[in-house]
Design a protein around this ligand. Structure first.
Ligand code: KG4
Ligand code: ZN
Length: 485
């Protein structure tokens, strides 16, 4: 059986077939059918068929193309279980599109929206932080986070649009964090982004939160007009929920790909900061507190050790291009991390040095203040506490540094990008910069504002996806354990 688009039902082999036939029929430009718009099952019976009214669709597409640079045509799934009519889009070049993307981020405890042009120019970057809410509990309470996102999402997006000076109609795409993160929190952003994209009839782009952190650095490097770093890059993503090493590459078409070459086997580095700060009666999140106090102590007072981590037995797709590279004594060929041990070591130290009463006094004194800040804690910490904090940070940063440079050497990285909340840490920046300089390796960090969660990074990461037509469809769901690479 042959339908009007010229596709033989039995012979449809790949996604380009219908597009080519549609092109023949409409006499229009090449239409790219994006695979994610196909039924997830990917069975032949689920393939899409260009609708009978394809020529009318093409005409419609031409009209729309003149206003926003992205053409749309209707396609229909043959499968009876899919009654929605997905859209697909024609590829556009960077020059053909205004590139205005609204980014939405709601993966954890910040509701954020930003309008960014072409992955570079930030017109607005709005953030509603929930830190004060969760600080009362010493960590993020998922259910409270979801409710707070629900309250904030509309005003935050509205403010981002207003501050940008554009209107919703000017947008080319909506980008949203699809994971990893808290399920309920992600769901708020995704549902809102889906509805907005549907209402505006513009593409929806799903972005991995960790990829967003990497693109915060790349975006700011472009803003500074830095010479582009040579590829591949080693990306150290170090945040409250993740500690990952990725080898990042870009295809000729501009699409980025990532190979996960190291990760934490237990706690993330930021999580260790948060837990140690809590143990010592400091505020939440712990990173900025320890960062501010550690410089007052002796980093060699407590000799914390990181035990070697067994290499993972099976690492598909991982090969070491630089086989002659010498690895640090304890890391072997494993570039993984483990931070739960040092947290336990701090706890033991507190117990064996009878620090508990002083910690309780500090906690109570800080609780008296309406908005306690790290500077308030300095006067409440004795030398032993400051030494402990300095030693903890010295050891954590040392471990991140050793693993990152060992991996960069082993995989032949031409530059290093450090991102995520812990990238705000001053000692981390200083030591990694110094080591990179020593090796003559370019290294880049995000500004302090873009180290922690924000939506500009989500919009920036979506830009190459917009150019590559990597769009999400109605089936986009929150994926709390979403992996990158
Ligand atoms: O990227 P992010 O904002 O959220 C996640 O995706 O997790 O990172 C938050 C984490 C928290 O654990 C926080 O303690 C840590 O980043 N952090 C810091 C600093 N600022 C934030 N850690 C060390 N030093 C800092 N200055
Ligand atoms: Zn983050």
């Amino acid at each position: 059986m042959t339908d009007k688009s010229g596709c033989d039902e039995k012979k449809v082999e790949d996604d380009a077939t219908c597009a080519r036939n549609a092109e023949k029929m409409s006499g229009g430009p090449t239409v790219t059918v994006y695979p994610s718009l196909w039924c997830p099952e990917g069975k032949a019976a689920h393939r899409f068929r260009v609708r009978d009214d394809v020529s009318a669709g093409a005409k419609h597409a031409e009209t729309e193309n003149s206003t926003d640079g992205i053409a749309r045509q209707s396609v229909q799934c043959r499968c009876s279980s899919h009654n929605q009519v997905p859209r697909y889009y024609r590829k556009v070049s960077a020059a053909q599109t205004s590139g205005l993307i609204l980014g939405i981020e709601s993966s954890c405890d910040e509701t954020a929206a930003a309008v960014v042009r072409a992955g570079q120019q930030v017109y607005s970057n709005v953030l509603a932080s929930q830190i004060a809410l969760h600080a009362n509990y010493g960590g993020v309470v998922p259910e409270l986070a979801s409710r707070e996102h629900l309250r904030n999402i509309v005003p935050v997006v509205r403010q981002a649009i207003e501050q940008s000076g554009f209107t919703l109609r000017d947008l080319q795409a909506i980008a949203v964090t699809e994971g990893p993160g808290l399920a309920g929190a992600l769901l708020v952003g995704i549902t809102y982004a889906k509805a907005l994209a549907f209402g505006l009839n513009i593409p929806l782009i799903g972005v991995n939160h960790l990829e967003g952190h990497i693109h915060a650095v790349l975006m700011e490097a472009r803003q500074r007009a830095d010479a582009p770093m040579e590829l591949p890059l080693l990306a150290l993503v170090v945040s409250g929920g993740h500690t990952h090493l990725y080898l990042a590459k870009q295809s000729r078409q501009g699409a980025w790909s990532y190979q996960n070459v190291g990760r934490t086997v237990d706690d993330a580095a930021g999580e260790a900061y948060d837990k140690v700060a809590k143990l010592l009666g400091l505020g939440y999140p712990g990173g900025p507190w320890i960062d501010a106090l550690a410089s007052r102590g002796n980093p060699r007072a407590v000799p914390f050790q990181f035990n070697p981590i067994k290499p993972r037995a099976h690492r598909p797709g991982i090969s070491l291009p630089n086989k002659k590279a010498s690895y640090p004594e304890h890391s072997g060929p494993s570039f993984d991390f483990s931070f739960s041990g040092i947290k336990t070591a701090v706890l033991r130290y507190i117990e064996t040095h009878a620090m508990k009463p002083a910690i309780d006094r500090r906690r109570a004194a800080l609780a008296e203040l309406s908005d306690p800040k790290p500077a308030d804690a300095a006067a409440l910490c004795d030398a032993e506490t400051l030494d402990l904090l300095a030693s903890f940070q010295y050891a954590v940063v040392g471990n991140l540094e050793r693993q990152a440079f060992a991996a960069s050497e082993a995989f032949g990285a031409r530059g290093i990008v450090v991102s995520g909340g812990v990238a705000a840490n001053r000692e981390l920046r200083q030591r990694l910069q110094a080591e990179a300089d020593r090796r003559g390796l370019p290294i880049a960090f995000p500004s302090l504002a873009l180290s922690t969660d924000n939506a500009a990074m989500i919009a920036a990461a979506a830009w190459p996806k917009l150019l590559a037509c990597q769009f999400a469809d109605d089936s986009l769901v929150a994926t709390p354990q979403l992996r990158l690479g």
